[in-house]
Structure formats: C-alpha cells, structure tokens
Design a protein around this ligand. Structure first.
Ligand SMILES: *Cc1c(COP(=O)(O)O)cnc(C)c1O
Length: 470
C-alpha cells in the first residue's frame, strides 16, 4: 500500500492470534452467526469499531500516573478544561464519561414533545436521545451524501437550502437546536467543509436557533478541509479547528474517537445559562462537574489525546491509511461506498454477493464469511440493523443499502495488518459464489443486531427481485 510509514514505533505489544478454521467455524455456530457474540480473544483483526479502541501514546500513559483522584477540583480537570477551551474556544466545559451522556444532558434540557432537531445525519445515539423525549431527528444531508457512488469532496455537507426552509417552516419555538456531525459517521465518515459549517452558522443565526457540532471526529474533518477545500491547504490544522468551532455555539464530543482515549467525552458551549442547567443535571446522572463520571487519570488521558490528535503527521498517516486500504480494494474491483471516509471502509454487500436476495441477509453473510475466512470482524449495517416489519401490513421493509463497515482503530494496526485484511477480502471476492445466505432465527424487539441469531441457508437460494425499499 502506498502511503507513509507509521509515525510511531511499538513499545508494548499485545499478542493476537488467528484461531484455526475449525475453531472459527465452531465460534460462529456458538455465536448464532453474529460476530458481536464472539469473544474478542478469538478475533484476529478487530474492525468492529473505531470507538474507544485507540492505542494511547507514552505521553497519555504517563498522564495516568499523575491522575488526581480528589472528588472535587482535581488538577487533571483544570488541564482538561483548559485544553478544551484552547482548542475549541468554547468557554464552558462539562466532562462526561461518553458522548451519549453529553447528548442526554443537552436533549433532556432542550427537547419537548413535538420539537424537531435538524442535522446532516444524526448518529444513532443522538437520534435516540432526541426521540426518547418525543422529538423528531431530521437528516438534511446533501443529495450526494445519500448516493453511495457520488464523488464529492464533502459528502457530509448539510443542504443549506433545505435547512433554511426547515427552520422557516418549523420556527425557533419548535427547533430548540440544530446539530452538524463532523465527520458524518452515519453517512460513511464523510467530511463537512468549512464553508458549509459557516453557512450553517449563518442560517441558524438568522433564525435564532443555537448551532452545535457533534465533534467526535473534528480533527479528521479538519484534515480533509486542509486537503480538499480551496484556500485552506496552507493553514495549520489547529487554525482550521479553531475556525470550525468559532462558527458554533457549542459541541458534544465522544473522546473515544478523536480524543484518542478509551473512555471519555464532554459538552462545551458559550451560553452560561445553559451551562448552569446542564451542570445541575450532570450532578444527578454522572457526578460532580470536575470529574463527570471519569477518574482523574482518564481526564488527563483525554486532555493529552486531544492535543496529540492535532499533529499533522498523525492525521496524514491516519486518514492516509484508511484511504490506501480502500484504494487497494478498489483496484481489485471490490464494490464499496466511494470515496473513502476518515475512519472506515464500507463494503457494498449487495454488489459483492449479487446471488443473494436481501432476505438472505447478504451483509450479515459477508460479515460471517470475513470471520470464517480470515478471523476479521466487521459490522453489518443493512437488513439486520435496519430491516423492519411493517406493523400494519406485516410485510418486511428493507433498507436501501447492505453494507459491512470495517472501522479502523487509531494507531492500533500496522499497514501489514490491513494488507492481510485486504488479501482476505480479495480471496473472498474471487470465491464469492460460494458464500451462502442466512436465516434469522432470533431477534430482540429493539436494537436487534446486537443479539440476533442466524442459521446458514443451504443450499444458497437463487436471487429474487429486490423487496420493498425504504
Ligand atoms: C460515537 C459517537 C457518538 C456517541 O458517543 P459514545 O462515546 O459512544 O457515547 C455520538 N456521535 C457520533 C458521531 C459518534 O460517532
């Protein structure tokens, strides 16, 4: 793969091994053909998520040793607060133990039944935290962002025309806040341009609606801006980051992504009145405002990670590694969402396994085949995750796309590891006709993809015409 070498060397190693094929077959049977149920020790290369899976640096590990576990006013909190203030320019900072707690605080305080919250694409925890209060989460990403084949440098952009119309139609009394996810996780990790962020700020200001960033991958987004946006190439990443946050009234953040930490998050804002309200809620659900559900040492690891993630050599390698992996597969004709996003590659299972009908769960079948053939774990984003039965008619309703996401943890796997994964996928693609479908034999009422169980269909069914599309 053609990109730079890792800008770090290995000091501590964690052994991993590939169980033999019989063991892998047995693990799949025991797990009901759901890779969530396979113990991580039996996974060789784990690309389930990039969340909380980063390798920390020596500087972060050293930070754990200066953890101050005082209940109130630990020194690590002041370092954390100052770091967030410096990077984002947002004065009021509340630590939380994950991103979704930041969302919980925000939406519990702002959303009333019948209210609507626009975004480019809401992440699933964001959507759930809005809907649980009777609100509606609206996705207003540009048309290119919904087309898996469209090439656009900023496929995560929000459609400013639709946003303006949305705010005009609903009014500030029914839209308590507007969000923008950078990079757009649900849309494939696609970036948002600085012009789009500023445009959204202007539209929101005109309508009197506060504008928050879901900033989980803010540094990767800034790197894309530097690479792709006219007039931004000569600027430093911290300068671009400062401009991104300058346009916003606040942000929610999961430090399990661009915080380069294994746990942590925060919410930061300009409005002191809102800050006071959230702080009181925080004490109820997380803890005192100077630790927010985290140990002092974890606050230190996040503070140090937030500075490290702005290192341009790190970002060049990080985004370059994902891109090179994607290009390697693309040259071999493997069907994927294009262009590659910042943190993951998405295999298009309907085109990878055209002999399977959608009711045979092609993305789940491909996920299972990746583990069986190579000990690689990805995640299904298709009919298992989003398929539904219409309560009125009893017929199955399928999502438009059947994807397998391969998320790349930060600083964890070397280029050789990803070359190995690419070879597994290549081999599987060459022998794709042998991959059979699955039948779902157990499904929970909600979030069924975590615990669903399957049985192999044999022999593989002939392809049927596509079912109803969502
Ligand atoms: C991960 C994520 C969240 C939620 O953060 P957690 O730390 O997992 O609670 C919210 N938004 C986006 C875009 C994410 O990727």
């Amino acid at each position: 793969m053609q990109h730079g070498a890792e800008p770090w060397r290995v000091k501590v190693v964690e052994p991993i091994s590939l169980p033999d094929k019989d063991t892998r077959r047995r693990r799949l049977e025991e797990a009901g053909y759901n890779v969530f149920a396979i113990p991580a020790a039996d996974i060789f290369i784990d690309l389930l998520t990039d969340s909380g899976t980063s390798a920390m640096s020596q500087n972060q590990w050293a930070g754990l040793m200066v953890g101050d576990e005082s209940y109130a006013g630990a020194r690590n909190f002041y370092n954390f607060q100052e770091t967030v203030q410096e990077i984002t320019g947002l004065p009021f900072v509340i630590p939380t133990h994950q991103g979704r707690v930041a969302e919980n605080l925000l939406f519990t305080t702002l959303v009333k039944p019948g209210m609507r919250v626009p975004s480019n694409s809401h992440f699933d925890t964001t959507r759930a935290n809005i809907e649980v209060h009777g609100g509606e989460a609206a996705d207003l990403v540009i048309a290119e962002g919904r087309d898996p084949d469209a090439d656009h440098p900023f496929k995560g952009n929000i459609d400013l025309g639709r946003l303006d119309a949305f705010l005009k139609e609903n009014g500030r009394d029914h839209v308590p806040i507007a969000m923008l996810t950078i990079t757009n996780n649900s849309g494939g990790g696609q970036p948002v341009s600085l012009a789009n962020i500023r445009g959204m700020a202007e539209v929101c200001r005109r309508h009197g609606v506060p504008f928050f960033l879901d900033a989980c991958r803010f540094a990767e987004n800034a790197w894309f801006i530097k690479q792709r946006e006219p007039g931004q190439g000569h600027r430093s990443v911290p300068e671009i980051v400062a401009d991104m946050f300058h346009a916003a009234d606040g942000c929610t953040m999961s430090a399990k992504k661009d915080g380069l930490a294994n746990i942590g998050g925060f919410i930061a804002m300009r409005d002191q009145g809102l800050f006071e309200k959230l702080k009181n809620m925080l004490i109820l659900i997380e803890g005192f405002p100077t630790y927010g559900g985290l140990a002092g040492r974890d606050l230190e690891a996040v503070a140090r990670g937030l500075r490290e993630v702005l290192d341009e050599r790190y970002l060049q390698f990080r985004v370059g590694q994902v891109q090179a992996f994607w290009e390697h597969l693309d040259r071999r004709g493997v069907p994927m969402i294009r262009p590659p996003g910042g943190h993951a590659v998405y295999l298009d299972a309907r085109r990878f396994l055209p002999h399977l009908a959608q009711e045979d769960y092609p993305a789940q079948a491909l996920t299972v085949a990746l583990y069986l053939d190579g000990g690689v774990r990805g995640v299904e984003i298709g009919g298992v995750m989003f398929g539904k039965t219409d309560p009125q008619t009893g017929t199955a309703v399928w999502p438009q796309l059947e994807l397998v996401r391969l998320a790349i943890p930060r600083r964890v796997y070397t280029n050789t590891h990803l070359e190995y994964v690419a070879e597994v996928i290549e081999r599987l693609y060459a022998n794709r006709a042998a991959v059979g479908g699955l039948r779902m034999v157990y499904a929970a009422e909600v979030l069924r993809h975590f615990t669903a169980r399957f049985e192999p269909l044999s022999p593989a069914r002939p392809a049927a015409p596509p079912a109803d599309q969502v």
